[in-house]
Design a protein around this ligand. Sequence first.
Ligand code: KG4
Ligand code: ZN
Length: 333
Amino acid sequence: MPVILAIESSCDETSASVCADGAILSNVIANQTIHEAYGGVVPELASRVHQQNIVPAVQQALAKAKVSKNDIDAVAFTRGPGLLGSLLVGVSFAKAFALAKQIPLIEINHMQAHILAHFIAEKKPSFPFLCLTVSGGHTQIVLVKDYFDMEIVGQTLDDAAGEAMDKTSKILGLPYPGGPLIDKYARQGNPDAYQFPEPQIPGYDFSFSGLKTSILYFIRDNVAKNPDFIEQNLPDICASVEKRIATILLNKLQKAAKAYGIKDVALAGGVSANTGLRLALQEMAEKNGWNSFIPKMEYCTDNAAMIAIAGYHKYLKGEFVGQDVAPMARMAF
Ligand code: KG4
Ligand code: ZN
């Protein structure tokens, strides 16, 4: 019955989790609010705050799990992809802990972990399944053949879906991170109020840069005619943008599911917290006779529980790494 301590520090959340025999006992997430003033994550500041947060986050995760440092059998950590300065804090902490306790180290790919978060819940997808992973840095359709046998069948050619959310909110003058705010205002708006274009990209790839430009021009032209345009129409604008982003994502997912003959489809990553996208996937799943899988909110955005569950499955395979391991800003599957 392995007890695993997991560390996540790839972007601006410092998180620690303890899992025993595949069951999550704690998942502590320290959010960094310092970046709000800058309209985006400032890497240098992120790594400094990780440095302050990492020890308290681990202490809290151990306390909540009612586990002592001496009970830990292995340490799992995010090796990449992510911000190098942020990753360095988590990787160094994990290495030091493992060295002090003479226990194995398990490296985890952050994007695989977002997908493996589905194995925390009781209702788990069956292999092979398709996962639409949508975050601030990535937008991927992944064919998941086994825990660590994954193939990217489609991805964004430019901006990520989360970036499209965040950039739209910036255009609207909302604070960072904008995704949750777009979600909030969209709930009170009409998703068919405004039509934004759907890019025609071949295969299962995505593009969001054209959408961003069309939103920018749309707002600029309307504000020129009516300076209060944003204030008067914020819910309708947010609902219409959210709907377009969701249809761009789900139309490609549907195309891929048909081509690969897949019946189990899943959503992962920070943008999977979006209410409109969650509802639209459920609707599409019902129409197509799919089983759909959407993680609990706390496992959508960055968290160490997903690193812990991924670490548990690597522990079972005996896949460990040595003290010479280094973080990777870019990391393939
Ligand atoms: O996975 P994540 O926490 O961090 C990365 O690895 O990037 O994803 C963060 C992204 C941000 O772009 C944020 O705006 C978006 O997820 N996001 C949302 C919502 N919650 C977070 N986007 C739309 N609706 C939400 N409710
Ligand atoms: Zn993430």
